[in-house]
Write a protein that binds this ligand. Structure first.
Ligand SMILES: [Zn+2]
Ligand SMILES: [Zn+2]
Length: 151
């Protein structure tokens, strides 16, 4: 699977930088929403567009979201994988656990596999610590714990 991991950064969400109406500076308001400093016009980045669309169209499929927002399905899935978006219970957009293929609503693994995964990493870290003392693998390897969600 080549999903272009480098493009997953926040910058990749087509953040509106200047106002379409007056060229004013767009200020971040939260959850993908931006407002013009000068005229107050509101605009959204890809995340904001998708979020707004899902709020208004519960149960939308990924392709409907793409049509409704102009945001590529791949970007939508990336947002889900990063845990930036939560799929509503009624939604037909599903991700699959990377390990057991069970349907999940956000992230890349189901809770059970994620737990096992962390346990395995901890085991490996413990082993590694025992075999090479002082080697610099630390907490930052445990990515899942740092994942955050916009509300
Ligand atoms: Zn403006
Ligand atoms: Zn799983």
């Amino acid at each position: 699977m080549h999903e272009g991991r480098d493009m997953l950064k926040m910058e990749g969400y087509n953040r509106p930088k200047t106002c379409e109406k007056c060229d004013g500076v767009m200020v971040f308001m939260g959850v993908g929403e931006y407002q013009c400093e000068d005229c107050g016009a509101v605009a959204y980045d890809d995340y904001g567009k998708v979020r707004l669309y899902i709020e208004g169209h519960r149960g939308a499929t990924a392709s409907q979201i793409e049509q409704g927002t102009g945001v590529k399905q791949r970007s939508i899935r990336n947002m889900l994988k990063e845990g930036r978006l939560e799929i509503t219970p009624e939604s037909k957009v599903f991700l699959h656990c990377a390990i057991c293929k069970k349907e999940i609503r956000s992230g890349s693994m189901c809770p059970e596999c994620e737990q096992n995964y962390h346990r395995r990493i901890e085991d490996e870290q413990r082993k590694m610590k025992n075999s090479m003392q002082g080697f610099g693998i630390g907490k930052e390897e445990q990515q899942g714990e740092k994942r955050f969600k916009f509300e």
